[in-house]
Structure formats: structure tokens, C-alpha cells
Design a binder for this molecule. Structure first.
Ligand SMILES: [Zn+2]
Length: 106
């Protein structure tokens, strides 16, 4: 099984602190690792860490950039789905409905 990045997303790097693009290596529905574009730091993710990192990331987007989040659901469905814990679904119903509609359409 190779480690070729098959998606990218914006995360905050734990090493250099830059919020920017990270390569994602996704195996099945699990995120194997991320790699910071800025400094090249690679992090292998436990599923628990993944959920917590994505939850923070998505909550931030729900507050600040709902359109961007909806767009991401379309263009990066794998990483989006990986990061869709129940807490997000308790966010404002209008946005959640939009997201569900987008996901159903796939
Ligand atoms: Zn970095």
C-alpha cells in the first residue's frame, strides 16, 4: 500500500504553526498521515487525534466560512466525511441541511 497523497486540506501544522495546505494520505476511510507543505513535517494520525483536529477545523469554518465548508464537501468529500463527527451536526440546521443535500447528491 503506497503513501501517495490523495487529497489536500488546510490544517494548522503542529511543528511550524503555519495554517496552510497539508497533503493527506487516506487509506480506506482512515487518515493515515498528513504532510505540511510549508515545512514538510509528517504526522501519522491516530483516529482519535484526527477527529479532534478536524472537529476544531470544521467548527472554525462553520463560524467563519460556511460557503467554503460546503464547497469543500463537494471537492474533498473523503476528508470532509472523515471530519464529520456528531458535534458538527448539532450546528445550525440550515448549514447542516445544505451539507446533507450536497452529500446526498454524490
Ligand atoms: Zn509545518
Amino acid at each position: 500500500m503506497g503513501l501517495v497523497p490523495n487529497s489536500t486540506t488546510d490544517l494548522t501544522c503542529v511543528r511550524c504553526g503555519v495554517e496552510g495546505e497539508h497533503d493527506l494520505v487516506v487509506v480506506g476511510r482512515l487518515l493515515h498521515s498528513t504532510r505540511c507543505h510549508a515545512c514538510g513535517h509528517v504526522v501519522r494520525h491516530e483516529q482519535r487525534d484526527l477527529m479532534s483536529a478536524y472537529l476544531r477545523d470544521l467548527e472554525h469554518r462553520l463560524v467563519t466560512k460556511p460557503q467554503r465548508m460546503a464547497r469543500r464537501a463537494v471537492h474533498e468529500p473523503v476528508s470532509f466525511l472523515l471530519g464529520l463527527p456528531g458535534a458538527v451536526l448539532r450546528q445550525p440546521a440550515k448549514l447542516v441541511d445544505e451539507i446533507r443535500t450536497v452529500l446526498r447528491g454524490r
